[in-house]
Design a protein around this ligand. Structure first.
Ligand code: FES
Length: 955
């Protein structure tokens, strides 16, 4: 079997509606205007030989293999770059063309190593295929090309193996430029160039650097584009060519990239971005494409473990014993302390079906609404804010929408690191001329990168989002830039007037807000005018908006801004939360919050509750349960005693690490279900091994509300899929749940959740993916929301009074710390730290402005102590002017740094989402790790020994 790259089907067809009729090889064909002759021929089943053309990139006609003859025109034009025109008479197969193509191939082959039989690409090489297609038998010019030098010759080109995931063998390069173009057009990084001339010309990363040292971001687009084995996955070289594949969905960020998991036998060989994936359109990032090795990492726990108390060593047991132990403990706790003394936490990493089951187990099996999810600490303000203003707890657009955007606002998000595949699409639109406004304390890559420059960057002080967005609205209102037609028709006019009066107050003007937020007033005015008058305006935001004491207020201020400018309800506009985790949207949709059933219906709503009671056969509580921080508070107070945590490491991801540890330590039964012994498991009594996404069947819902299938690539290594483990626990608790396959769980979700009414696995198979709401009104789903009216009826303007956080800088803590992610790592790093991605980020570092560093006597790479009112940690300094004076920044991927030791207890007023993005700190020179970090490292070493033992025992 030959695996054909999804993208290798020639240049894309034109989107024009006007048809052009021409004749190809005597056959008449009509195709849209602008279609290339190559594509037109392909439409009628004629494959013209080609090398440099691929529909990943625009055709550029360099290989000259796709020549055709056109009646009445001189020469033999390249069919990939020649558009159709009416009445053309084209010949694709003539003796002259055959001769010319053979000649072209002879030149290529004369400069290509003749090692096909030992080459990793054998069977998946377009050069090999084309040599066959043109009938090349012999090479008249001899084998004098530079690439025929023996490997030990001083003229031989060395192979670059610096990248951990792919090799670059210049000897095999045919200089077709596909990789260079893919890097530019698809990824937008411009890391590759062609250097040299003639036989000496080669692809070069950067200024003749090794791939690892260059600007390459390892997205894999160049490897995918390469028609030979010049750029080749190391896994293919090691394992061999894949034999079969399964389409599934990535489990990293909220973009939700579709991939073909390509297998050889039971072994995963590579993940290839799926061209028909509507979220990623055939693109990928270094995490989804390459960082899947954690699935088979030796530290993965595959057998259940229990212990009576957390100071005892783990004891490996069978599934039945572990489940029985967990259920007995939970039942005993409830018998002693009451029904509400236990609860659970669902995971945004798990599937919709798994999450739905866990909340069902807790509500119906445990008999309490004490269920919460990790969205609590990231996007809960998005749900609250957008439901209040628009009526739906979700973003308004699909990712395709960005192709119609004229002005993009990116606020509190760093897409090139956090959501890289979407960032590539955004950058493409910016290169086409869309304008960009960045609102971020840091000079993120989008502010200035190859061929992109933000029109405005507002480097606001952390904690001033509400003031700045309100000041933007002030300019729009006071300068008469409101889209009054839209507002009168679509929004509550009285509320708008009240809001406009509030905004017009001088305290909301750029002149007052600017100096307070550290931003030039004129820059605020410029940004506001641009957004209001520049055409389709879209706002994209991330955790830099939500993780604040006024996170919900900023979300509502953003919604106000979109409504006031009429930027809602059509492609190219909208309010777009860039979700952090792969299924954070789904986890929220599935009823993971203590006050809401699936579909965001309050537990106190009698009709909804009765429907669930009838279906599940048990009475349900109408009282909202505890949120995660309240569970921990109650545990410290002694009234909350048992917790089931699926796929979440709350000790590392939740604020105030000491308080989380105290809460967990006070419980009598903590059940952790995960891949690895995470930090929370240090306080657990039961460890239930979890599955990776490669072992799951189910669905994820991405940031566009797009529901996509996750398909099992390999059997669960731990014996059970996660949903089956939940069933076992439910049964042991005395609550029967009966499903034979996750599709049946989805059928139940559809039955009880209005926005999922039309969703089924069968429809997902037919459509590929569906964006909810999918129901009788929208049977094919809803790419863009609020088209004819807001879900809540009239759009609601909310007054967004700026109330500064209580976290203040002062003499002791004069700097503001804010946090974020880096491209190669993911959240607390549980997966990515167990892959070769660590070569790009071995440790968290503190970014500090040269001025602040100099004042403290700190040099680049020095150990520093980072201290706040909550705690202290030590890490090394990275001196950079990406941060303004007075602001420092770090990532939170490594548990031995634990930025959450530093962060405060402040949280969003509406949702309790922690204020991770604003902490007053002091930075001072240090000799190395703090005492707690040294203790942590000692503990980690002990844990690794236990993990090693557990793995050995399992084997
Ligand atoms: Fe047309 Fe290369 S495929 S010139």
């Amino acid at each position: 079997m030959t695996l054909i790259h999804e993208t290798d089907f020639g240049t894309p067809a034109s989107k024009s509606e006007k048809l052009v009729t021409l004749t190809i090889d005597g056959q008449s064909i009509s195709v849209p205007e602008g279609t290339s002759i190559m594509r037109a021929a392909m439409e009628m089943g004629t494959k013209i030989p080609k090398l440099c053309a691929t529909d990943m990139v625009d055709a550029f006609g360099s290989c000259r293999l796709c020549l055709v003859e056109i009646e009445g025109r001189p020469g033999t034009p390249a069919s990939c770059t020649t558009p159709v025109s009416p009445g053309l008479n084209v010949k694709t197969q003539t003796p002259r063309l055959k001769q010319l193509r053979k000649g072209v191939m002879e030149l290529y082959i004369s400069d290509h190593p003749l090692d096909c039989l030992t080459c990793a690409a054998n069977g998946d090489c377009e050069l090999q295929d084309m040599a066959g297609a043109v009938g090349l038998r012999e090479v008249r010019y001899g084998m004098d090309g530079a690439n025929h030098f023996k490997p030990d010759s001083p003229l031989a080109m060395p192979k670059d193996e610096s990248n951990p995931y792919f090799t670059y063998d210049p000897a095999k390069c045919i200089v077709c430029s596909r990789c260079v173009r893919a890097c530019e057009e698809v990824q937008g990084t411009f890391a590759l160039t062609i250097e040299g001339r003639g036989f000496d010309s080669r692809v070069s990363p950067g200024q003749h650097e090794a791939f690892l040292d260059s600007d390459c971001v390892s997205c894999g687009a160049c490897v995918q584009a390469c028609p030979t084995a010049t750029l080749q996955e190391k896994s293919v070289i090691e394992i061999g060519q894949p034999e079969h594949s399964v389409v599934t969905t990535c489990a990293y960020c909220g973009v939700g990239c579709a991939f073909k998991a390509e297998m050889r036998g039971d072994e995963l060989v590579r993940m290839v971005p799926y061209k028909d994936g509507k979220a990623n359109r055939g693109h990928s990032c270094v995490k989804g494409r390459f960082a899947w090795g954690y699935a088979t990492h030796k530290e993965r726990i595959l057998s259940p473990m229990i212990r009576d108390s957390i100071d005892q060593p783990w004891r490996e047991v069978g599934w039945q014993e572990a489940i029985g132990f967990a259920a007995n403990r939970l039942k005993a706790i409830q018998a002693r302390y009451g029904r509400d003394s236990i609860g659970g936490i669902t995971s945004s990493r798990c599937t919709n079906e798994e999450t739905f089951l866990v909340q069902k187990l807790i509500r119906a099996g445990f008999g309490t609404n004490n269920v919460d999810t990790c969205a609590r600490v990231c996007h809960s303000p998005t749900g609250y804010g957008l439901k209040t203003t628009f009526g739906t707890s979700a973003g308004t657009q699909d990712f395709d929408s960005v192709e119609h955007t004229d002005v993009v606002v990116v606020i509190g998000a760093n897409p090139t690191d956090g959501h890289p595949v979407f960032a590539s699409r955004l950058k493409k639109r910016l290169r086409q001329g869309a304008k960009l406004i960045v609102i971020d304390p840091r000079r993120i890559d989008l502010v200035k990168s190859p061929h992109i420059k933000a029109e405005v960057h507002l480097p606001l002080l952390p904690g001033t989002n509400v003031a700045i967005v309100t000041a933007l609205a002030h300019v729009i209102v006071t300068e008469g830039l409101v889209d009054e037609v839209f507002v009168r028709e679509r929004c509550d006019w009285a509320e708008f007037q009240e809001w406009a009066a509030f905004l017009s107050e001088p305290r909301n003007s750029p002149d007052i807000v600017g100096p307070m937020a550290g931003v030039e007033p004129d820059a605020i005015r410029h940004a506001a005018r641009l957004f209001a008058t520049g055409g389709n305006g879209a706002i994209y935001y991330g955790l830099g908006v939500t993780e604040h004491s006024q996170g919900t207020t900023t979300v509502m201020a953003i919604a106000n801004l979109a409504m006031a400018t009429g930027n809602i309800g059509r492609p190219g506009v909208g309010v777009n939360p860039l979700r952090g985790q792969n299924n954070v949207q789904g986890a929220c949709d599935m009823g993971s919050f203590p006050h809401e059933f699936s579909g965001y219906r309050h537990v106190s709503d009698d009709a909804t509750r009765q429907m669930f009671e009838e279906l599940w056969g048990v009475p349900l509580s109408g009282d909202p349960g505890l949120r995660i921080p309240n569970m921990l508070d109650a545990a410290v107070d002694g009234s909350f005693k048992g917790l089931y945590v699926q796929g979440e490491d709350i000790l590392q991801s939740d604020p105030n690490t000491h308080h989380v540890a105290a809460g967990l330590a006070a419980m009598e039964c903590v059940i952790v279900q995960d891949l690895f012994l995470n930090e929370t498991a240090n306080y657990a009594h039961v460890f239930l091994p979890g599955c990776t996404f490669l072992e799951k069947d189910g669905t994820f819902t991405n940031a566009e509300r797009r529901i996509q299938r996750v398909r099992r690539v390999m059997a669960p290594k731990n014996g059970y899929a996660d949903w089956e483990v939940t069933l076992l626990l439910a049964r042991a608790m005395g609550f029967e749940m009966d499903y034979a396959h996750p599709s049946q769980i989805m059928d139940e979700i559809a039955k009880v959740t209005p926005s999922f009414k039309g969703v089924s696995y069968q429809r997902l198979e037919e459509m590929g993916s569906i964006q909810w709401p999918c129901n009788d009104k929208a049977p094919l789903g809803t790419p863009v929301m609020h088209i004819d009216g807001f879900v809540r009826g009239k759009g609601k303007f909310v007054i967004t009074e700026y109330i500064p956080t209580e976290e203040r800088t002062g003499a002791r803590f004069p700097l503001l710390l804010t946090t974020g992610r880096i491209l190669s790592q993911y959240n607390v790093g549980a997966q990515t730290r167990r892959t070769a991605n660590v070569v790009w980020h071995e440790e968290d570092r503190l970014e500090i402005h040269p001025h602040d560093a100099e004042n403290r006597g700190i040099c680049d790479g020095d150990w520093i102590k980072l201290q706040s009112r909550s705690g202290e940690t030590a890490l090394r300094a990275l001196i950079t002017d990406r941060v303004a004076p007075g602001v420092v920044y770090t990532t939170f991927h490594h548990p031995d740094t634990q930025a959450n030791v530093i962060t405060t207890d402040y949280s969003d007023w509406a949702t309790n989402c922690p204020e991770y993005k604003v902490t007053a700190v002091q930075v001072s020179p240090s000799n190395g790790p703090t005492p707690w970090q040294q203790e942590y490292e000692a503990q980690a070493q002990r844990s690794r020994r236990i993990e090693g033992h557990a793995v050995e025992a399992a084997e």
